[in-house]
Design a protein around this ligand. Sequence first.
Ligand code: 5GP
Ligand code: ZN
Length: 113
Amino acid sequence: MADCLFCKIIAGDIPSSKVYEDDYVYAFRDIAPQAPVHILVVPKEHIASVGEITAENSAVAARIFEVIPKIAGAEGLTGGYRVVSNCGADAGQTVGHLHFHILGGKKLSLEMA
Ligand code: 5GP
Ligand code: ZN
């Protein structure tokens, strides 16, 4: 997608601090971390949000959830971590490319909304 920030990051047109990459998935550090470890995991294919996951494209979502524990392990998040995906305006989604936040490295607040 020409006008998508995360597509530009995946393409290398905008620099990022990469923590993982394979043929389908890219992960990088959030520019404004909310926790000591704050990583965004995204599909290389442009999918707008969780709301756009379908039977046709869900394999990459499964792949993302295989990758998340690997990243958490590599980051030393032995005490646990949170995985969050904001879907749509009411949830506060600000970038329209599916992404999962990995948050950890401290005792996280239980506030959900
Ligand atoms: P959302 O609010 O859509 O759930 O999450 C978008 C996330 O992308 C935010 O946590 C924000 O800090 C992060 N972000 C926005 N622009 C950039 C950028 O240019 N580089 C990186 N690494 N993260 C970004
Ligand atoms: Zn995109």
